[in-house]
Design a protein. Structure first.
Length: 307
């Protein structure tokens, strides 16, 4: 029998004595194996936390001239979902509230720690973190394709818009529509249509950059937010996706393979719009032009020809 994979805990604390004490406590946990790794300061701690290797993080409230809540906020901003338990030498209602408001799963006073209290807090943090992650997924993901849903797309678009305005960075919005999707449903049934949707979503999601965001915008339509991307680069990226889709038919059964194509419209901030709503409208207009021109092509906003 292969050995069990240890549950990894990250301790971010600049006190070496605290490291040794927590190590002794972890060694007494039940249901192991458990593995404790340590980081002595803000910078190295944040780097290790963002690696995503840990089941839970124990975070000291005081890290030299910086504090743990600042680190936790930086991790959350980078989409790190590792559950965090705050450790502190002082007890106060204000600090307790601040830790919870920052997203901590629990708050422990170091002088009151015992192996049992620490283990219980870690188990609680992992369970609560898992539950919250499931709820977040239900609230932000499309149930069929697993990609972002329209509500989350609109939130991300607004956030990217604000970042673009603040730092004067361009970004592109792509709206793509599966060609002749109604015909697929009418000919093969809605279950086959669902398989085509999942096929396209999987292909697009596997090819875009990790910094870009893909959402099911509605029906057979998908939206892609391409950060720090101009119109020309966005069109080139979409054309690569089209080429890959052409090489990858949707194999819905051993005897049925469907060739699927897309039409797409591209709009760029700040050249094509002055608000998120205008950017969507510009991309949608370009998409309509692409479909009207014969489908299986990409057009840019306020253009009547393919770039």
């Amino acid at each position: 029998m292969s050995p069990s994979v240890p549950t990894r805990i990250l301790l971010i604390d600049d006190d070496r004595l605290q490291h040794r004490l927590i190590q002794e406590y972890v060694a007494r946990f039940r249901g192991g194996p458990w593995e404790l790794e340590s980081a002595p300061d803000y910078v190295s701690g944040l780097k290790q936390l963002l690696s995503g290797k840990y089941a839970v993080c124990l975070l000291d409230y005081r890290l030299g001239d910086r504090d743990g809540l600042e680190l936790m906020c930086a991790a959350r901003a980078a989409d790190c979902n590792t559950p965090v338990v705050i450790l502190t030498a002082e007890a106060s209602d204000e600090l307790d509230d601040a830790a919870m408001n920052a997203g901590a799963m629990d708050y422990l006073v170091k002088s009151e720690l015992t192996p049992r209290i620490l283990e219980h807090s870690i188990r609680y943090a992992r369970k609560l973190g898992s539950t919250l992650e499931q709820l977040k997924r239900l609230a932000t993901r499309d149930g069929l394709t697993g990609q972002l849903n329209r509500r989350e797309f609109e939130r991300i678009l607004h956030e990217e818009w604000q970042r673009s305005v603040r730092f004067n960075h361009a970004f592109a919005l792509v709206l793509a529509d599966i060609d002749h999707f109604k015909q697929i449903n009418d000919t093969h049934g809605h279950q086959i249509g669902d398989e085509v949707l999942k096929h396209v979503a999987s292909l697009l999601g596997g090819q875009i950059r990790t910094v870009d965001r893909l959402a099911r915008y509605g029906g057979e339509e998908f939206a892609i937010v391409m950060v720090e991307t101009d119109r020309k680069s966005a069109v080139e990226a979409v054309e690569r996706l089209f080429a890959l889709l052409a090489e990858t038919p949707c194999q819905v059964s051993p005897t049925l393979s469907l060739n699927v194509t897309l039409s797409a419209g591209v709009a760029e901030m700040p050249h094509d719009a002055t608000s998120p709503a205008e950017l969507i409208a510009a991309a949608d207009e370009a998409l309509y032009s692409a479909k009207k021109a014969g489908r299986n092509r990409v057009f840019t906003a306020r253009r009547t020809r393919k770039d």
